[in-house]
Write a protein that binds this ligand. Structure first.
Ligand code: 5GP
Length: 370
């Protein structure tokens, strides 16, 4: 047994130091980024260009509707794994801007997953460019073998692979053929891995270390999970993430397709009516949201939790938030503002412009809703 003594940090443990800047307005900040990929060998030298924020491949988030709405805004979506082959054919073959550039097909690593992908790719090949190979634990040999196999058979796809949290495994995945490594074990809003297993890594440090390893090899990373507010997302980019992936922050919107549940609460306030004093009743709307390893997800997709597995996700209700566009504008406004504070005219330069300061308090919660 060994203990690492240097401190590892989460988003909440740091703030970004403001710096003198020549930027006049937030409007001047460019959030779009352009990437070419290390292992992708498409016929022509195509670049990724867009705002590098991704919807996670979770139920209620990585839906076709979300992909269309986010693609219109220049953002990216990793689709949930459980769409049927026919649905995927239809989706990818539809004439619509952004289908190829802003959407990833997601898959696991079983033989069945591989043959499903073969079937979908055969019918959609020139329109399907991004494949997100997603497992909870990216440290198994089977996982890197799968990435190697996929790269050998399909040189003209961009491979996203994860999840890992350390530099050496980021390098291993890139050398196995991945273009983008997904980073994060345990930070997610509906994840219970840290409770259930004791395994994980503080997310800000994971992003810093994995970005360093990936960039040294010409690879890229996604900071996946743990963002609770626009400021956290800005910290992820400031820490060196090329992309950031969101689950909980994008849940509860119309495009996620979840059922809206209405609940009634006594507000605590009483009002006078003709009949006398009455409790004021408040109506609140919620949407179910759950981790993809939760009991709820296993029941929905696999008919129950296998007996040797335990649930590593929770099921919650998030407030219903309407259309995704408003939330995205708020999010992008926050990141633009970060860039002006840090003196970065482009999101690309944010990490170079950033000095993190350690803090014991992220924000003043004295009047925050309990
Ligand atoms: P969030 O943005 O909600 O904090 O985190 C989203 C990420 O949490 C997802 O992209 C995925 O990596 C991770 N995640 C989703 N469902 C589960 C789950 O059931 N268990 C665990 N351990 N992680 C999950």
């Amino acid at each position: 047994m060994r203990i690492e003594d240097d401190s590892k940090l989460d988003y909440k443990d740091v703030l970004i130091r403001p710096k003198r800047s020549t930027l006049g307005s937030r409007k001047e900040v460019e959030l779009e980024r352009e990437f070419t990929f290390r292992n992708y060998q498409g016929e022509n030298d195509e670049h990724y260009r867009g705002i590098p924020i991704m919807a996670s491949n979770m139920d209620g988030v990585g839906t076709f509707e979300m992909a269309d709405a986010l693609s219109d805004l220049g953002l990216f979506t990793c689709l949930v794994k459980n769409y049927e082959t026919d649905e995927l054919h239809r989706f990818f073959n539809q004439e619509r801007p952004g289908r190829r550039e802003n959407v990833a097909y997601s898959t696991g690593i079983t033989a069945q997953d591989f043959s499903k992908f073969e079937g979908v790719y055969r019918q959609t090949s020139h329109r399907l460019k991004y494949v997100c190979v997603d497992v909870a634990n990216g440290y198994s040999e089977r996982f890197s073998d799968f990435i190697k196999q996929l790269r050998d058979v399909y040189p003209a796809i961009v491979i996203i692979a994860g999840n890992v949290v350390t530099g050496e495994m980021t390098e291993e995945l890139i050398l196995s053929g991945a273009d983008i490594v997904k980073v994060g074990i345990g930070p997610g809003s509906v994840c219970t891995t840290r409770i259930q297993t004791g395994v994980g890594f503080p997310q800000l440090s994971a992003v810093i270390e994995c970005a360093d390893s990936a960039h040294g090899l010409g690879g890229h990373i996604i900071a996946d999970g743990g963002c609770t507010c626009p400021g956290d997302l800005a910290k992820a980019f400031a820490a060196g993430a090329d992309f950031a992936m969101l689950g909980g922050m994008l849940a509860g919107h119309d495009e996620g397709g979840g059922e809206i549940v209405t609940r009634y609460y006594k507000s605590g306030e009483i009002t006078q009516t003709d009949a006398g004093w009455e409790d004021r009743i408040e109506e609140r709307k919620f949407v179910n949201f759950y981790g993809m390893s939760s009991k709820a997800a296993n029941e929905k997709h696999f008919g129950g939790l296998k007996e040797y597995r335990s649930s590593e996700g929770r099921e919650i209700q998030v407030p219903y938030r309407g259309k995704i566009e408003n939330s995205i504008q708020n999010l992008l406004g926050g990141i633009r503002s970060t860039c002006t504070y840090a003196g970065a005219k482009k999101l690309k330069w944010l990490s170079k412009c950033t000095t993190f300061v350690k803090t014991g308090q992220q924000f003043n919660s004295v009047f925050a809703e309990k």
